[in-house]
Design a protein around this ligand. Structure first.
Ligand code: B12
Ligand code: SF4
Length: 507
């Protein structure tokens, strides 16, 4: 059989800056599961065609005309484009199978556009799909996630396809995605992994991959694209530290603060960690992830976090601090003041401040859905910062966007950029600080426009206050820009999400 595997990682870029960002940043964010499925299909004797779409290029030309089956994956924000592409291939007689974070979050909606929708998968489930064992229109799942993935060497054709230009040339940062674990021990209410038990995958594969990468694909960065890296710190670091220092390739990771300590940070630096992101989320909640008791105060979490970050400062790592602003635990001035203060005191950590999005399968979704706080007319492409798809408990929309504007103005200020340039000792960091400051300026302009729109346009404000269900023209237009030539494929009915939750048939 001819099997296609497509990961949709972006909608159509809206500016030259966004095009550049997609080319150098989004292109490098390919997930491990589609690559894994591609290898499995090859091992099962099929001819495979793997491609990623990062907002540039022509999707259909990546696949032969006589394709039999196409696996598509995307997160919720890119799902409208996935739906349109699914329709094109389905019409051409190709069987379509949809998986990934959106499929898990909103399966009932996905079933409107694909033959099969997948929750968890393993090699057996993929073999059963290829053998035609499922009725079209089914939502299916393996009992649990796969227990391991192919080595980097086995995934090399896919990695070249996603991370290199024309499968040959490396980018400014060329990323090789991998994971060492699945699930997470924490239970953050906004996260789809809130109830997925933590499971360490076999570490001999990591060992094999590190050896392979140090001899091949030199200059590439290994990205641990998993929920919470090194929860089993000692076990994972035993493998990383076994590599001779001169052969250690740079790596990126995301973790919670609770795993960080001065000695561990030193070990991260010595094993060549080049970037890491820490989820701070909100000052008023998620204290357990910061290594504090659940009942700790905002100030305790702030002080502890600042102390941890001070220890990280000397390490010349590109750090990112992830926040969410607008959860029910945020209220009044203090959340904003503390975030601005933190940003000002840590120029060596890039802050991302996210708007909460209600992804299906999370306690946050369940609560907002029950409370009728989700603006149901908004298409899924708006389930991302800088868009607001819910009402916020403790701020009206105008106040909320004004607060975001305040924070963003600190992030992209000339003063912060100057301080970041002064402390960066290598050109890649300088490049990324400039790129991200440019991105934040776009965001800042957007927040300013939103504040103005909410102040002056009554119908727009009333939509965001949850009083009107008429989708403002502003969003109609934006949606059409995001989808470009694919717009005619999605009717008004197709664009309105079906938020119904359902359980899969376990295979
Ligand atoms: C690592 C990670 C990232 C990394 C890497 C992303 C990547 N491409 O792999 C980075 C930092 C780049 C990232 C970016 C983003 N992320 Co992210 N990320 C995660 C994280 C922490 C782990 C995902 C993961 O790989 N798990 C390991 C794999 C093996 O497990 P899995 O994804 O559950 O996959 C299983 C099934 O879903 C299925 N499956 C997966 N893919 C496919 C594909 C097919 C074809 C099939 C059949 C099955 C299938 O099989 C797997 C085994 O059972 C999750 C949160 C979490 N705790 O899970 C968020 C998460 C996926 N991210 C999320 C979001 C919102 C984003 C961003 C949109 C943020 C932003 N605004 O920029 C971007 C989008 C990136 C993009 N261009 O699409 C949301 C997605 C929610 C949604 N419904 O869309 C999540 C769920 C976090 C959350 N809020 O709960 N992310
Ligand atoms: S720590 Fe991260 S991966 Fe774990 S539940 Fe919280 S947000 Fe999800």
């Amino acid at each position: 059989m001819k099997v296609g595997i497509l990961e949709i990682m972006a909608l159509l870029p809206q500016s030259r800056f966004e095009k550049l960002y997609n080319l150098f940043v989004i292109k490098q964010m390919a997930s491990v599961t589609p690559q894994t499925i591609s290898v499995w299909c090859r091992e099962l004797g099929h001819e495979t065609f793997y491609a990623t779409y990062y907002g540039i290029g022509d999707i259909q030309s990546c696949f032969p005309d006589d394709l039999d089956i196409l696996f598509i994956s995307s997160s919720t924000i890119n799902s409208p484009l996935s739906y349109a592409v699914g329709k094109i291939f389905r019409k051409a007689g190709v069987q379509t199978v949809f998986g990934g974070s959106h499929a898990k979050a909103f399966p009932a909606d996905c079933l409107r556009f694909f033959d099969l929708v997948v929750k968890e998968c393993d090699k057996n489930l993929i073999a059963d799909i290829l053998a035609g064992r499922f009725e079209p229109g089914s939502y299916i799942s393996s009992t649990k996630s796969f227990e391991d993935l192919p080595t980097v060497e086995e995934r090399l054709p896919e990695i070249k396809g996603s991370s290199l230009f024309f499968k040959k040339w490396q980018s400014i940062t060329t990323i090789v995605p991998t994971i060492t674990s699945i699930g997470c021990p924490y239970t953050c209410n906004f996260c789809t992994d809130w109830n997925k038990p933590y499971q360490l995958l076999p570490l001999d594969r990591l060992e094999t991959d590190l050896t392979f990468l140090s001899k091949n694909l030199q200059g590439a960065v290994l990205a641990f694209f998993e929920p919470n890296f090194a929860v089993k710190f000692e076990k994972v670091f035993k493998v990383l530290e076994a590599v001779p220092p001169e052969s250690r390739i740079p790596y990126m990771m995301e973790c919670s603060q609770s795993i960080l300590s001065p000695s561990r940070i030193k070990r991260m630096r010595e094993t060549n960690c080049s970037f890491f992101a820490v989820g701070i989320e909100s000052w008023a909640d998620y204290a357990d992830k910061a290594g504090l008791g659940r009942r700790s105060s905002e100030m305790e979490k702030f002080n502890q976090t600042l102390e941890n970050f001070e220890l990280l400062k000397e390490n010349q790592l590109f750090m990112q601090a992830n926040f969410i602003f607008g959860l029910d635990s945020d209220c009044g001035e203090s959340s904003v003041t503390l975030t601005k203060e933190f940003i000002g005191q840590t120029p060596y950590a890039w802050p991302t401040v996210n708007i909460p999005s209600p992804f299906g399968g999370t306690p946050l979704f369940d609560q907002l859905y029950t409370d009728e706080r989700i603006l149901e007319e908004l298409p899924f492409s708006f389930y991302q910062t800088p868009y607001l798809v819910t009402t916020i408990k403790n701020y009206d929309p105008l106040t909320y966007y004004s607060k975001l504007l305040e924070i963003s103005s600190v992030v992209c200020s000339d003063d912060m950029l100057k301080r970041r340039m002064e402390i960066s000792r290598n050109w890649t960091h300088k490049f990324y600080y400039r790129l991200r400051t440019g991105g934040e300026k776009f965001l800042n302009r957007f927040y300013r426009e939103m504040v103005e729109r909410l102040r002056t346009d009554r119908a727009f404000r009333s939509f965001h206050e949850g009083e009107s269900v008429v989708l403002p023209e502003f969003y109609q237009q934006k949606f059409e820009e995001q989808l470009g030539p694919y717009v005619p494929l999605l009717s008004q009915e197709d664009r309105r999400p079906n938020l119904e939750q359902m359980n899969p048939v376990i295979s």
